[in-house]
Ligand binder design. Structure first.
Ligand code: NAD
Ligand code: ZN
Length: 381
């Protein structure tokens, strides 16, 4: 059983997808125990990522049990319970050597920038993902990590992407003691970014979204301020005013491109451009950060062209930092933050859905129904 992409806004559970096989002696086959749907999957689902082919299985956030290993695999054995970072990384290229696992040079032959990613279109290597009963894991000695025995399985699956991405968003922001940090987006990634911003010494953390249930959640979860941009006349002016007219020290974009939708109507006259891959949050981030401030982008921009007010970046001397998350690099630190009790990632899981009902799960998460924050798909056991 595997999720199968049929075209924009159409996915289904497929019983006929062939069982994955070891294609290289460094591969492992993993029986999936949990697999999340991510905001990044929504970009695929909305048809915003180039070369997303019909028949692909998505899913880059999963845990499972190793069932088979290739002859070169040394660190894993059948029966191991593993969490699998979303990056597919060779471990030996110059980028992996610098722990830039999201930019591996070997795992994605066609791309100039991104490395391989499970279930993330042919732009990211064309690998099938983990929204399935079984998945092939290339370079199995590099990414997967055996789950500490006492760890909650939901915490483990959230270590494959969401928590590291929130952390890296805060880290790239170069937050200094006392800084005001604004996080755009109160989805799973924005929630984790807000929580992690305090670890770097933020003095004030503000989250912006328009979904009240998510604003309520993040206020409580990350002990931060949270505002609905629909009730603000102009989010940029509001943020300026509340930061003594200078602007925020750091702005984080945890939104990325959006399918045609409400948020992008806020910039009048630019609707067409924005629908080719909106950047409302990024626009707001650039315009509400202070001069010389840092904008950290973890939101994913599928389309080749996106609207960025580059003139303002230059004139204000803004530093923009962005990347796919290097999951493996951050795992030891984040496991210890979970063990210490500072972060409780599993609190964001709102939906557990059998893999058979994957189409419903996509619909609910995409349309933000039923107070959904993070859905987890459970394959039949
Ligand atoms: P999500 O869809 O659950 O959350 C996005 C949130 O942004 C929603 O709550 C939405 O209401 C809000 N939003 C929309 N427009 C906004 C605006 N203009 N201002 C403020 N908020 C706005 O998604 P998620 O799982 O939290 O992921 C967020 C982004 O992070 C996505 O773009 C995803 O692709 C990206 N991501 C990147 C990486 C990476 O490695 N860089 C990893 C994981 C996810
Ligand atoms: Zn993800």
């Amino acid at each position: 059983l595997a999720m199968n992409y049929r075209g924009p806004f159409r996915v289904r559970a497929d019983r006929d997808k062939p069982y994955p096989e070891i294609l290289h002696p460094g591969d492992a086959i993993v029986r999936v125990t949990r697999s999340c749907i991510c905001g990044s999957d929504l970009h695929l689902y909305h048809g915003l990522v180039p070369d997303t082919r019909v028949g692909m299985t998505f899913g880059h956030e999963f845990t499972g049990v190793v069932v088979e290993t290739g002859s070169l695999v040394e660190k894993l054995k059948p029966g191991d319970h593993v969490l699998v970072p979303f990056n597919i990384a060779c471990g030996v290229c110059p980028f992996c050597k610098q722990e830039l696992y999201g930019n591996c040079h070997e795992s994605n032959a066609e791309a100039t920038a991104v490395g391989g990613i499970f279930g993330y279109s042919h732009t990211a290597g064309g690998y099938d993902g983990g929204q399935a009963e079984y998945v092939r894991v290339p370079y199995a000695d590099v990414g997967p990590v055996v789950i500490p025995p006492e760890m909650d399985p939901d915490d483990a699956v959230l270590l494959t992407d969401v928590l590291p991405t929130g952390y890296q968003a805060a880290e790239m922001g170069g937050i200094k003691i006392g800084d005001t940090v604004v996080v755009f987006g109160a989805g799973p990634v924005g929630i984790m970014a807000a929580k992690c911003a305090w670890l770097f010494g933020a003095g004030r953390v503000i989250v912006i979204d328009h979904l009240e249930y998510r604003l309520d959640f993040v206020r409580n979860y990350a002990q931060c301020e949270a505002y609905n941009f629909r009730s603000l006349e102009d989010p940029v002016l509001f943020l300026k005013k509340t930061t003594g007219d200078y602007g925020a020290d750091v702005c984080i974009d945890a939104v990325g491109c959006e399918a045609a939708g409400s948020a992008m109507q806020t910039i009048t006259g630019r609707k067409m451009l924005l629908q080719a891959g909106s950047a409302t949050a990024l626009y707001w981030a650039i315009n509400s950060v202070k001069k010389g401030g840092i904008v950290s982008i973890v939101g994913v921009y599928g389309p080749t062209f996106n609207f960025v007010p580059i003139g303002n970046v230059v004139n204000k001397g803004i530093t923009i930092r962005a990347n796919q998350t290097s999951v493996k690099r951050l795992l030891p630190k984040l496991i210890s933050h979970i063990q210490s009790g500072y972060i409780n990632p599993k609190a964001i899981v709102t939906h557990r859905v059998p893999l058979e009902e994957v189409a419903d799960a996509y619909h609910i998460f995409s349309s933000k129904l039923d107070n959904c924050i993070k859905p987890v798909l459970i394959p039949p056991s």
